[in-house]
Design a protein around this ligand. Structure first.
Ligand code: NAD
Ligand code: MG
Length: 402
């Protein structure tokens, strides 16, 4: 249930992954509306100095760090600065703050599989969830959507494409595309930094080149995912679960300007879209205030400056990750878990300089080929499949390195 916007007392927000790129954009929007929002908890993996600065600036009740050694350091920093924020540590504390009765809104902006347990905790506790962590839906789509419904949570997409689709669907969209006259979704993709690079030239690209996204400033993992186009593949799966649209009705369109953030096609021929600058503060503000509108700090779009919009078909041969993601969605059950886990391992190892860029799709393809698809009845099943796929991916990395 979404409540009206006359907010007294202000809505209390938990930001999971506060030290990241989405965390920074969220805090920027929140700080523009102190009469509406207050920060209840901020979390980070281990970036203690940055988290300490955020605590001084935003005065949360709690700060959570996952790495055990990091908590002591954070406590010392906050004590020295006379900051009353209480420090909690460990992965279980992420779930504690996500389901705390005092929390109204949970921004899910941890990168990767680590975001799933606290996001699920927020769903079961009936929170308003702003979902940036697409990996949670990719890994556990059916379980997660069931938890959202069962817990009475409100799920609002932050990924710019999914936020655009949400805005372009009817306000009363119930997850039945036929009933709403929805024919399908056009998911736009910038094409990443290697949109025009021949495949043979991709062998030697560096992590810095892969992370140099033409339009968006993001964390390193999602930047590499954009370069391999795995990001779009993960988003196809994300769109399927969020809007209950079958894979064959989700089409990826390369749109290098990133001005149209995605489109919905209707049976009468209408196509609705959301446009704007590529700045994550827009979807964050939209979701935070929904159904109202608040300022986000983003300038209005100047169509004369944009001048032209271009569209291309994606190249499934140069970017095999996209096809692998469609395949995982069709296979269902543990297949997307294997896809995601293998990709997380491969991207980390690429960023650490252990494997080349082209090994990423190779590792994902091999893990998907070798791992039998298993049923997912519980979160334990999800994490068992995740662990098995990670072990397999690590073994393949070791083989490649030799
Ligand atoms: P980032 O790398 O900038 O930040 C990641 C955050 O997660 C940090 O706060 C980090 O401390 C925390 N974190 C990392 N590992 C953790 C762990 N094991 N346990 C707990 N916390 C951990 O990433 P980002 O770019 O902000 O992306 C966050 C999520 O949002 C990703 O799932 C990404 O796909 C999604 N997303 C990001 C953008 C964007 O513009 N950055 C756009 C759409 C979706
Ligand atoms: Mg996106």
């Amino acid at each position: 249930m979404v409540e009206s916007g006359s907010l007294n007392p202000p809505r209390r927000i938990v930001i999971l992954g506060a030290t990241g790129s989405i965390g920074a954009s969220t805090l920027d929007v929140v700080a523009r509306h102190p009469e509406r929002y207050s920060v209840f908890a901020l979390t980070a993996n281990r970036e203690v100095e940055k988290l300490a600065r955020l605590c001084l600036r935003h005065a949360p009740r709690y700060a959570v760090v996952v790495e055990p050694g990091a908590a002591e350091k954070l406590r010392r920093l906050l004590e020295a600065a006379r900051c009353p924020t209480e420090v909690l540590d460990g992965a279980s504390a992420l779930c504690e703050v996500a389901r705390a009765p005092e929390a109204d809104v949970v921004m899910s902006a941890i990168v990767g599989a680590a975001g799933l347990p606290p996001t699920l905790a927020a769903a079961l506790a009936g929170k308003k969830i702003l979902l940036a962590n697409k990996e949670a839906l990719v890994m556990a789509g059916a379980l997660f959507m069931r938890a959202v419904r069962g817990g009475g949570a409100r799920l609002l997409p932050i990924d710019s494409e999914h936020n655009a689709i949400f805005q372009s669907l009817p306000a009363d969209y119930s997850g039945d595309p036929g009933r709403s006259g929805v024919r399908g979704i056009l998911l736009t993709a910038s094409g990443g930094p290697f949109r025009k690079t021949p495949r043979e030239d991709l062998a030697n690209v560096t992590p810095e080149q892969a992370c140099a996204h033409p339009n968006w400033r993001m964390g390193r993992k999602i930047s590499v995912d954009s370069a391999t186009m795995m990001n779009k593949g993960l988003e196809v799966i994300e769109a399927h679960w969020l809007f209950n649209i079958p894979a064959e009705n989700i089409q990826v369109v390369i749109h290098p300007q990133s001005v149209i953030h995605s489109l919905v096609q209707y049976v009468d021929g209408s196509v609705l879209a959301e446009l704007g600058h590529p700045d994550m503060r827009t979807p964050i503000a939209q979701a935070l205030a929904y159904p109202e509108r608040i300022a986000s700090g983003v300038e209005p779009l100047d169509l004369f400056a944009v001048a032209a919009l271009h569209f291309e078909r994606p190249d499934f041969d140069r970017f095999p990750c996209l096809g692998l993601a469609y395949q995982a969605l069709r296979e269902g059950e543990s297949a997307p878990v294997a896809l995601n886990a293998a990709n997380e391992v491969a991207v980390r190892r690429f960023l650490e300089g252990h494997i080349g860029f082209l090994a990423i799709d190779l590792i994902v393809a091999r893990v998907m080929e070798k791992m039998p698809v298993s049923r997912l009845d519980s979160l334990d099943d999800v994490f068992a499949a995740d662990a098995a796929a990670r072990r397999m991916a690590e073994r393949i990395v070791d083989e490649i390195k030799q």
